[in-house]
Design a protein around this ligand. Structure first.
Ligand code: G1P
Length: 292
């Protein structure tokens, strides 16, 4: 039986963003810009580039701006049209998603990433689905991360997560892979552990926020088992599937920015600005003028 394309992506966007206070006091952290695009737009663009048709946002109270962002800003469109501002209109158009392709589901308690994914269960149904954590900006315009994972998925089936080697002293921040056979960029996943205590990680291969999963993971999540930080962890649910279904990690080959971290977010802004023709030269000139 041939493996079917993945059509649904889940974006857990219910987090409070306390690391970015006070900016996040009145706006979702996913709306923080990297140059001029909200963080969430990068993840949505990545999903669309992978052929995703249905986008499921697991939001929470106070996150209404996300819904408005993807809606048509009618008054703005009309006034830009009246002024003949075609470039700005094109920018807006690129943020617009066809009606019916976006679904917003509320996560009513901050019970963890696994809980957020479980909240999307009725929209996901019984097909393989993707999960993208927008905090993780995986930058590889020539070969976007989820697209590359999807291609691997169509060959391998089962479950695929994106990984990257992190320094030993950072393994306690991530879901870490216990690796099996390695074939180029593909590593067999023998086990997974969420935020292992320092010095106990089975490897330095960390999950970096992109997943293609089989729907059975939702059945595991339904049991509501609590893990690290007393939260329902996606990593723990995935770990239970290993041995029952194929499970692989694909090493990401682009540039990763952890935009859930202030330094990562600032770095992403500088790096992406430097790549741009409009703002790049001015930023480069300023950087050159500095004595570090
Ligand atoms: C989540 C996941 C973790 C993963 C990380 C990637 O952790 O639980 O397995 O490695 O994202 O950023 P969080 O950053 O939400 O604590």
């Amino acid at each position: 039986m041939s493996i079917k394309s993945v059509k649904t992506a889940v974006f857990p966007v219910g987090g409070q963003g306390t690391r970015f206070l006070p900016a996040t006091k009145a706006m979702p952290k996913e709306m923080l810009p990297v140059v001029d695009k909200p963080l969430l737009q990068y993840a949505v663009d990545e999903a669309l580039a992978a052929g995703i048709e249905r986008l499921v946002f697991v939001t929470a109270r106070g996150k209404g701006a996300l819904e408005d962002y993807f809606d048509v800003a009618r008054e703005l469109v009309d006034s830009l049209k009246a002024k003949g501002k075609t470039a700005e209109l094109a920018v807006l158009e690129a943020t617009q998603i066809e009606p019916g392709r976006m679904v917003f589901v509320r996560q009513q308690e901050p019970a963890g990433l696994g809980h957020a994914v479980w909240c999307a269960r009725h929209v996901v149904g019984r097909e393989a689905f993707a999960v993208l954590l927008p905090d993780e900006l995986l930058w590889n315009p020539a070969n976007p991360a989820l697209k590359e994972m999807h291609e691997a998925y169509l060959q391998l089936g089962g479950n695929i997560i994106s990984v990257l080697e992190v320094p030993d002293e950072h393994t306690h921040r991530y879901g870490i892979v216990s690796p099996g056979a390695v074939d180029g960029l593909i590593t067999e996943v023998k086990g997974l552990v969420e935020k292992p205590q320092q010095g106990t990680a089975p490897s330095r291969l960390a999950a970096i926020g992109r997943y293609i999963l089989q729907p059975e993971v939702i059945d595991v999540l339904a049991a509501g088992k609590r893990g690290a930080g007393n939260e329902i962890q996606l990593t723990d649910a995935m770990a239970e599937m290993i041995g029952q279904q194929p499970f692989h990690a694909l090493t990401f080959t682009g540039t990763r920015f952890d935009c859930g971290d202030k330094a990562g977010h600032v770095t992403a802004n500088i790096a992406l600005a430097l790549e741009r023709d409009d703002v790049g030269p001015a930023v480069r000139e300023w950087l050159r003028s500095q004595k570090f």
